[in-house]
Unconditional design. Sequence first.
Length: 241
Amino acid sequence: MCQYCCTTTLGRREVLRLAAGAGLAGVGLAAGLRGAHAASGEATSLTSVEALGALKAGNSRFVDEPELCMRNLYERREQVAEHQAPWASILSCADSRVPPELIFGGLALGELFVARNAGNLADKGVVGTLEYGAAVLGSPLIVVLAHTRCGAVDAACKVVTQNANYPGLIGPMINPILPAALAVRNDAGDFVTNAAKESARRTAAGLGSLSTILSEAVNAGRIKIVAGIYDLASGEVTYLD
Ligand SMILES: [Zn+2]
């Protein structure tokens, strides 16, 4: 285990230790969620701003020092076996090249609460997952993470430009991307990248309308929802307005 791992892991343990006794009172849980078994124990004490800063620092580390730290997975597994307190939730594409724990700097077990599907889309399962992360586990940040050269977004763009058809449930799966693709169809630059950015922006902006739990948490300042795009070539995550 390298110096970075030792210092940052201890730092996070310290953060969690200091949060002991705080419970989840600050998370503003719906009453029915308070008793959830997975919520026993304390949530992270990181704010959404601190969590976003940690993700940015981790991604910079991934870009600049891609040789990731060795992790003591056995020790960490024991630490989180009874309780999790993830400090950020990530909705990312299922693409095999975009594993959130790695691209945010080689994070350990129990740090990120992750939902993935092709195109990083907010279906019911994803919205419920993000609600659980925020309301039950106390994760203060949601990142909707698109990426360059996304196959799902490319497929949606081909529906727009070529009226493409896809077998099975692939077509219905990518349908939610079509409005974003249509909106940026004539913009300068790469169509697929522009559509991926626009889709992530819309997904992030729309989570509140899909979930009262999330909108109330945002309005109360308990969580922050942001969109970003990961560059497959550079490894860099850029956050979108
Ligand atoms: Zn993708």
